[in-house]
Ligand binder design. Structure first.
Ligand code: HPA
Length: 237
């Protein structure tokens, strides 16, 4: 069996999947953290691997950038491949003054300017939310690993280059950081009765005109990956 975007067979993919945006990050995790990793997908270069971390079967797969892309890949993983847990690991821009370059942001909820929720025809505003089991484990692990982290609301934006200067408005609502995928992942998980969490590392501060070097991104990516991998190990769902 396969889908239009994934040529894995049923059983090739673990119940828990880590999803970086960049498929080469998925390859990096497979090569540096997983034992006996096998590549299960190469359609459109959106690489996916399954291997073992601390004896637990785990998959890692790229999601691509933006809500439509992560929505396709996560929907197929949940619906067609029986995946129960997806942990997104990605980068974000700081919005709140309390969030600094290289900090980790664990997205308890994800506001959005996307129309993704329109498909559900809800008579109000839906609040995309992380799964408590994954969230509480990730927060415990981040605390133990002694890394600077924040837990709160992020903005999943449809625009990276934005003409509207709207970030200040989101800042007034105490949104911590901006990225482009979490809200759709949380909505897919909710709709399909599955679990999701997004863990982000701050790669830039739009208000302060700061950004990380590629080397700094690599190092802070490792702290985030380790939180995500240990969260995957302690989930029994
Ligand atoms: N905007 C949107 N997505 C991002 C950013 C940003 O500034 N930084 C990392 N992902």
């Amino acid at each position: 069996m396969s889908t239009p975007h994934n040529n894995a067979n049923i059983g090739n993919i673990a119940q828990t999947v880590l999803m970086p945006g960049d498929p080469l990050r998925a390859k990096f995790i497979a090569e540096n953290y997983l034992d006996n990793a096998v590549c299960y997908n190469d359609v459109r270069g959106m690489l996916g691997f399954t291997g073992y971390y601390k004896n637990k079967k785990i998959s890692v797969q790229g999601s691509g950038m933006g809500i439509p892309s992560i929505a396709i890949y996560s929907y197929e993983l949940y619906k067609e491949y029986g995946v129960d847990n997806i942990i997104r690991i990605g980068t974000a821009g700081a919005i709140s003054d309390s969030v600094n370059l290289r900090d980790i942001v664990i997205a308890m909820s994800a506001s959005t300017n996307s129309a993704f929720a329109n498909q559900y025809n809800l008579p109000g505003t839906y609040a995309p939310t992380a799964s408590w089991n994954l969230l509480s484990n990730a927060v415990k692990i981040a605390g133990k690993n002694n890394v600077p982290y924040h837990v709160g609301n992020v903005l999943s934006s449809d625009t990276f280059y934005d003409d509207s200067d709207s970030l200040a408005l989101w800042k007034k609502m105490n949104v911590l950081a901006i990225e482009m995928e979490s809200a759709a992942l949380y909505m897919n998980a909710a709709r399909l009765g599955k679990n999701a969490l997004c863990i982000l590392t701050v790669s830039d501060c739009p208000f302060r005109g700061l950004s990380t070097t590629p080397q700094e991104r690599q190092n802070s990516f490792r702290s985030m990956m380790e939180i995500a991998l240990d969260t995957a190990v302690c989930t029994n769902i």
